[in-house]
Design a protein around this ligand. Sequence first.
Ligand code: SAH
Length: 372
Amino acid sequence: MNATTVKTNLLGLTRTELEAFVANMGEKPFRARQLMKWLYKRHVADFDQMTDLAKSFRAKLVEVAEVAVPEITLTQVSADGTRKWLLAMNTSEGIKQGIEMVFIPEPGRGTLCISSQVGCAMDCTFCSTAQQGFNRNLNAAEIVGQVWLANKELGYQHGGDRVVTNIVFMGMGEPLANYRNVVPATEILMDDLGFDISRRRVTVSTSGLVPQMLKLAEETNCALAVSLHAPNDTLRDELVPINRKHKIAELLDACWVYVNKQNARSITFEYVMLDGVNDRPEHAHELVALLKGRPAKLNLIPFNPFPGTRYKRSSAAAIERFRDILNANGVIATTRRTRGDDIDAACGQLVGRVHDRTTVRLGSKLISVAVQ
Ligand code: SAH
């Protein structure tokens, strides 16, 4: 073993990959299952404490493997109990990057909102993460590591009630732009030897990367949420620039394919309520025309402002009127309660600390160089 050997972070390995990993070490596949029990059921990261593994195997593991989680830079707790962590991520430039993770406690459930990228390149005009630019994808271990860390921070005890019952990929980043790492991570979250979270409680949210949505329909079975935000292409081209490539009709077709393939109940559509932009009654009627009779649920998100934004949140009356039109016309719509906004932990307020390395931003086709 030489000094330059990079240890494998076991949190990034699916069951099959972990079996291959231990096989490579000359061990039987069931050792992988034992390891997973220590990691995910007993929450033990220290190989020395894994007492049913042979001492010789443990000694080898220390050489080649590690269980590493992101480092917490800042923890904030909202008046409503929402928690936000700023997590440090390493980069090749040696500059510390920040991503954010949010825990939202509700009666009977706890939702953890995790990040999939440092920053985001999708350039949606109303999202503060977009302002930060994009640095890099997180690897599977960094994604799973967030959940592992949250469980630890929230005091999860082996045998006790779950604290994190739902996972949503609604933190920083576009998960389907990081397909290669997000898919194995979802596998570990849903694996009964992993976090054992049911497939309906692991939600990948996308701004609409159609080819990846179709691939996801074939390869996984987690829940899907789609950031729609506009009822017609003219408006969506402006708000969600990926729409210029994949129009609403194509996006919705992919959604219905997903539901059929997955035998899922429905797709959740996210719709941010922007004052005077997409919140008028005619927009609600356009949405009805798109979604009526379809396996769709609409989640209205009151816009969360951030410094420098040109948008304003729709009034409570406008949101209510919008929701009523949808519901009266057979489209199920609910309003997402704003949580954690006193600590900037609400949707679209996650900025972390990103060292922008974007070369092409979707919205502006802006060419930029790295700025510190
Ligand atoms: N890139 C993925 C994951 C981000 S999810 C996606 O686009 O779906 C975060 C959700 O919050 C998305 O629906 C996003 O559009 C929404 N959002 C972004 N900025 C917001 C803001 N300022 N106020 C309210 N919601 C916002």
